[in-house]
Design a protein around this ligand. Structure first.
Ligand SMILES: *Cc1c(COP(=O)(O)O)cnc(C)c1O
Length: 364
């Protein structure tokens, strides 16, 4: 069954002047476009009432499942404006598939992949003028889903809502790419074996906020989490995957079933292979990283995710000391990969993988 979408256009859309003001400094997730998409679900009716409507507050019942038991999942992907004015999404099928995997883990209904992609397309089409064209600017889409049954009993909600909202975002590094220091969390873990680490669910983020405050207090901008088993294996940051670069042209990324499988990481590693790098997807310990830095075999490290694409890392700080490449500039391989992916996303390079999905036509 294909879902039919209805559209109620906003009567209060942003003016060209307002948009120009926002695009001067969009930041991240501060401004939202004129419309949003909603699809409702009940266990009896399945998915129904797919609609594009003016952006605005929604009614929440105080007994909604999501407010009490955190039954929520989300996605993040971007729309890019190419030089000819056309707008493209990056691998929306991957986000659709991951939302389904997250849904399965969190006992939420799976949004059909066509409905997910159609929802993203329709929002980008109707709010097309919200897609900025400045350097490294894009429109960030935030699809999400939550249980909204009015019931305090503890079981999977029998009604749920899927929504997509969108927000113009600026260059993550406004003054050029700068490496960051990351805090090694020794007392908190992000995910446990058999838990929800591989699902993109709000609770994983809620639990990372306290260690993130600890990171800030120690002059770091992100947290690196280790496996909860006490085996010293590295997992990922609160919202980004991790890649280590060896001087011999090998990229290493941790393998674990409690890591969120990032679209950016997968894409960068595929690109890297096509550029002649070797890729190892295997367990990696913090000791291997520390020793590799000490003996010079590990030369760079970066975090990756949709929001910032690549964030170079130059120091790992913990209560017991730190290691890395303090005060160094971003690594060569890191910047080469960043450039290669950005060039595909903004249409400056060929897209041999067929990753880009066109939403709107080139402008005359
Ligand atoms: C979203 C997310 C990532 C990055 O995934 P992308 O698909 O590359 O944006 C990495 N780790 C966590 C915990 C995440 O939630």
């Amino acid at each position: 069954m294909t879902l039919e979408f209805t559209t109620t256009p906003s009567e209060n859309t942003a003016t060209a002047e307002q948009l120009a003001g926002i695009f001067e400094n969009p930041g991240f997730g501060r401004f939202f476009t004129d419309h949003m998409v909603t699809i409702d679900w009940t266990s009896d009716a399945g998915w129904f009432d797919a609609r594009v409507e003016p952006y605005g507050p929604i009614a929440i019942d105080p007994a909604h499942a999501v407010l009490h038991y955190g039954q929520e999942i989300f996605e993040g992907l971007k729309a890019y404006r190419h030089a000819d004015g056309s707008v493209w999404l990056f691998r929306p099928d991957q986000n659709a598939a991951r939302l389904q995997r997250s849904a399965a883990r969190m006992a939420l209904p799976e949004v059909p992949a066509e409905a997910f992609i159609e929802a993203c397309r329709r929002l980008v089409e109707i709010d097309e003028h919200w897609v900025p064209s400045g350097a490294e600017q894009s429109l960030y889409l935030r699809p999400f889903e939550f249980g909204n049954e009015v019931f305090l009993g503890v079981r999977a909600a029998e009604s749920a809502r899927f929504m997509v909202i969108a927000s113009p975002v600026g260059a993550y590094f406004a003054d050029g790419v700068k490496p960051v220091r990351i805090w090694l969390s020794e007392h908190h873990n992000r995910a446990g074996k058999g838990g929800t680490g591989a699902a993109k669910t709000g609770g994983n983020y809620a639990s990372s906020l306290l260690p993130t405050q600890e990171a800030f207090a120690n002059g770091c901008s992100q947290v690196l989490f280790l496996s909860s088993l006490g085996d010293g294996l590295i997992e990922e940051l609160g919202g980004m995957n991790l890649v280590l670069v060896r001087g011999d042209g090998t990229l290493i990324t941790p393998q674990s079933d409690t890591i969120l499988d990032g679209v950016t990481r997968n894409s960068l590693l595929e690109l890297a292979k096509s550029m002649g790098f070797k890729v190892e997807h295997r367990p990696v310990s913090i000791d291997e990283w520390r020793e590799g830095v000490a003996d010079g075999s590990i030369t760079e490290a970066f975090a990756c995710g949709t929001a910032a694409v690549i964030t170079p890392i130059n120091e790992i700080v913990s209560a017991g000391g730190s290691f890395g490449w303090p005060d160094s500039e971003p690594g060569k391989v890191t910047m080469q990969l960043r450039q290669a992916l950005n060039d595909i996303q903004w249409g400056r390079a060929e897209d041999p993988f067929g990753w880009m999905v066109q939403v709107t036509d080139a402008k005359e």
